[in-house]
Design a protein around this ligand. Sequence first.
Ligand code: CA
Length: 224
Amino acid sequence: MAKKNNNSFKLIMILTLVIVGLLAAIIILTQATKEDAKSFENMPDISGQPVLGEKDAPVTIVEFGDFKCPACKAWGESAYPQLVKDYVDSGKVKFVYINVLFHGQESALGAAAAEAVWKQNPDVYWDFHKQLFDEQPTANHDSQWITTEKLIEIASNTEGVDLEQFKADLTSQDIVDAVRLDSELTDEFKVEMTPTIMVNDKALTDPFDYEKMVEIIEQELDGE
Ligand code: CA
């Protein structure tokens, strides 16, 4: 009888340990998921924003970026081309860029120029966008390099941009409003770092963790 009680006690202990272990695993897994991305109630409203890829692609990726930001240039040269190849070209993801002005006047000038190109010819927006990031110096990026002269030079090297229209638009109210709209979205989604990458309504904790981004894209494609 005593032996039987002892066995029951052992069984209860083992079961307790198993249950505690499972609960711990569930808590750790849940936390890991939470740490990979921050969920919002909605995805950003992308009306009036440049879109790369199929308009009706099921997943939307928004980059909150800044032409003056070296990490944005690095992301644009690493994760971005891979993302385009893996998901945008196949129509599963559309990519949207929203301007963040964390580096002051130069950020604002770069943003205005990109908005001006998009306004007059959306087809060449991404060409201008890439050229502007290409011009960011790899060393001493804090030195002033986004100037009106530089932007006009890049615009003149972008096929399909009317230069006089571009110059007029740079300081127009439409463009001021477009840049302000982006700043409002930056505030709404509490963007604190650039680049901030959102997959639908989820902001990635580490925009450079491509595998994690793929995992979240696949979850969103599965409708999870
Ligand atoms: Ca915009």
